[in-house]
Design a protein around this ligand. Structure first.
Ligand SMILES: [Fe+2]
Length: 345
């Protein structure tokens, strides 16, 4: 196995490759370094087989969209990832095969709902869930400190002690650690109960990263257009959320809500299907096509996407345009399908 960190900065990108079959995976590539990655792959004579984002990043634009367009690599994320352009979705226990290498997927939510860790030959890439001497923040973008505690203590800390830990970030210049060391001395989590950990994480009150929505929303939507206008955090926080069972009840009552699906056309008829009677207007076209929806301006509208993230953006856009009763389907079609509610394909 060829294993290398490529950025030499605070954001870490790992190259993991099978030396025999000359196949490579890039984990968490960062957009401004795209040319560097392609140069390293060419220099090493490797074919890029897979791009993996361990989660939807809020602090850097992903290089995955560009790399996927420039090569024919697969783009792999967890099934709860909001982005429409992933070519494969994985879940806990799945394996990503890269040449002779098998990268084992551990579902480790908490930093975000779509966070995975990857275990390969005695190493674990922990994304932003477990950092060296720290843990990723869990206070925005669907983070949950309790889930994060469970993921770290019940999944990552059950790996062999000598497993080497490679996080997606490091702010202190550390390059790697081991599961045994983190279990013993990670100051955030070692010796803390779940309740103590949640309390600690809630008390941290970090400021939000600069320009967070300008990074996060393109990473969530694959809309990478300088002219695109995304709602701000206050607008997003105002969006009313309904769970899948709540939406299902409302669909059976009067007045019947209008269901607006904002995914891409292939997703609408894809594996998750769509809610019967829903109308498709992709998020990227919404602002230009809002005139078609005027009929629904005063009645209830429920906005739907894959995981409930792009639809929150769409709901905030509609509210900004004067739509009076907009709701978001929380957890999107992923949750809707998990609860076996009716779909059409
Ligand atoms: Fe992150």
């Amino acid at each position: 196995m060829l294993f290398r960190e490529l950025n030499r900065g605070k954001c870490r990108t790992y190259l993991v490759a099978c030396e025999r079959k000359r196949r490579a995976a890039l984990i968490d590539p960062v957009k401004p370094f795209t040319e560097r990655y392609l140069a390293v792959l060419a220099y090493e004579g490797l074919k890029l087989d897979a791009i993996v984002d361990t989660h939807t990043h809020a602090d850097h634009p992903t290089a995955a969209f560009l790399l996927k367009d420039l090569t024919d690599a697969r783009y792999i994320m967890h099934r709860r990832a909001p982005v429409p352009v992933a070519t494969e979705h994985v879940d806990d226990g799945d394996t990503i095969q890269v040449g002779d290498l098998a990268l084992e997927v551990l579902y480790t939510p908490g930093h975000t709902p779509d966070s995975v860790s990857l275990y390969v030959e005695g190493r674990v890439l922990t994304g932003d869930v477990l950092l060296i001497g720290g843990t990723g923040r869990a206070d925005f973008a669907g983070g949950d400190a309790g889930q994060q505690y469970d993921a770290i203590t019940q999944k990552l800390f059950t790996l062999p002690d000598e497993t080497i830990v490679f996080p997606a970030h490091d702010y202190r210049g550390s390059t790697s650690s081991t599961i045994g060391t983190e279990k013993k001395s990670n100051p955030r989590i070692a010796g803390r109960t779940r309740e103590q950990y949640v309390e600690l994480m809630t008390s941290l009150n970090f400021p939000l990263p600069d320009k967070i929505q300008e990074v996060l929303q393109p990473n969530q939507s694959a809309i990478d257009d300088d002219k695109a206008k995304f709602p701000d955090l206050a607008q997003l926080n105002r969006v009313r959320q309904l769970s899948a069972p709540e939406v299902s009840i409302r669909l059976q009552a009067a007045p019947q809500p209008f269901v607006l699906d904002v995914r891409e056309p292939p997703e609408f008829i894809g594996e998750l299907g769509h809610i019967p009677g829903s109308r498709l207007v992709p998020l990227r076209e919404l602002a230009d096509r809002v005139a078609e929806l005027q009929l629904h301006k005063h009645g209830p509208t429920i906005v739907v996407c894959r995981s409930g993230v792009r639809s929150t953006t769409a709901a905030a856009i509609l509210e900004g345009m004067g739509f009076e009763q907009v709701y978001n389907l929380q957890g999107g079609m992923v949750d809707w399908n998990d609860r076996r509610l009716p779909v059409e394909r």
